[in-house]
Design a protein. Sequence first.
Length: 342
Amino acid sequence: MRDTLEKLRVSALGELGAAGSAAELESLRVRYLGKKGEITAILRQMGSLDAAERPAIGSLANSVRTDIENAVASRSGALDAASLADRLLRERVDVTAPGKLAAIGRRHPMSIVLDEAREIFISMGFTVAEGPEVELSLYDFDKLNIPPNHTVREWSDTFYITEDESVHLRCQTSPVQVRYMEAHRPPVRIISPGRVYRKDEADASHTPMFHQIEGLVVDRGITLGDLKGTLDALLRRLYGSDTKTRFRPHHFPFTEPSCEVDVRCATCGGAGCHVCKGEGWLELLGAGMVHPKVLAGVGIDPDEYSGFAFGVGVERMTMLRYGIDDARLLYENDLRFLRQFM
Ligand code: DAH
C-alpha cells in the first residue's frame, strides 16, 4: 500500500503539472481527490491493515493528499496567470498608435456644377424658386401650351401618378415658370433647379431621372439679345472665356421663337468623337422667348411684357465640364469615380 501511494503521488503530480486547462485540471482533481477518487479508495482499505501499520500509512496517505491538493492549487494559479497574461496581450490597446483617419466625403460633381451655376445666376440678379416634382398636368402641359396630342403626354413617355392623367412626375422644370408667374408680377428673374422624370432607357446620355435648371426673365422690353447674352455669360463662366456656343432654331410649344444651344464638345474639341456622336457639338439646353399665350394664361399682358426662358440639363453641364462620357457614372456611386472631384 505504501508503494501504491508513492506511485500515486508521482503520477498525480506529473499529470497535474502538465494539465493544460482549468477543465482538465478539475477532472484530474476529481479523479484523485474526489469521493470516488483514488486516494479515497485507498483510505477505505485502511481497515484491512494491521493496527501497527495504520498510523504510518495514514500519515503517508495524508501527506500524498496534501501534496496533490497543493499541486492542484499551484497548477490552478499558474493556469489563471497564463490566461490573464494571454487576455492582457489580446486586449492590449496601443495608446501611442496613430488614430484612424476618417474618410472625408466630397461633393458630387453635379453638386459642384449646380452650385457654381446657381452662384453665376445669383450674381446676375436671379433668385431661386422651387416647384413640386409631383406636378399637375395642368402646369407641366396645359398652361405651357403643350397641345393635347403631344407625344410627351403619352404613357410611354411620362410617369403618370393618376389614371386620368391629371398628375404625373414632372418631365421638365418649366411648370415652375407658370407657378411663379401666377404668384408674382413682373419684373421676374428666377432660376429653378430640380429633378425631372422621363421614361427613358438609361444609356450613355439618358437617365430616367435627371436634373434641369429652369430660367425665366419677364419684364418690359426683354429681347432675344438678352437671352443670348445671359446664356453666353453663363457658359463662358462655366467653361472658360473661349467657349464656343451655337444657337440653333428649334420648336418648343411654350416659346416663340425657340432655339437649342450647343457647346463645342470638350472631349474632341469639335473634331467629332463618341461623346458628341461625331457632331463636334453637344446639345446643352433649350430656350426661347416666352410664348404670348403662356404670358396671357397667367394674366400678364404680352403686349406690355416679354420674356425669355431656358431649361438646361445639369447632367449634360457636368459631363461637359469634366469630360465625363457616360451619364450613368453620375448615379453609380463608384468611389473610384467620385473621388476624382473636389
Ligand atoms: N423644358 C424643355 C425641355 O425639357 C427645355 C426648355 C426649352 C425650357 C425652352 C425652357 C424653354 O424654359 O424656354 O426640353
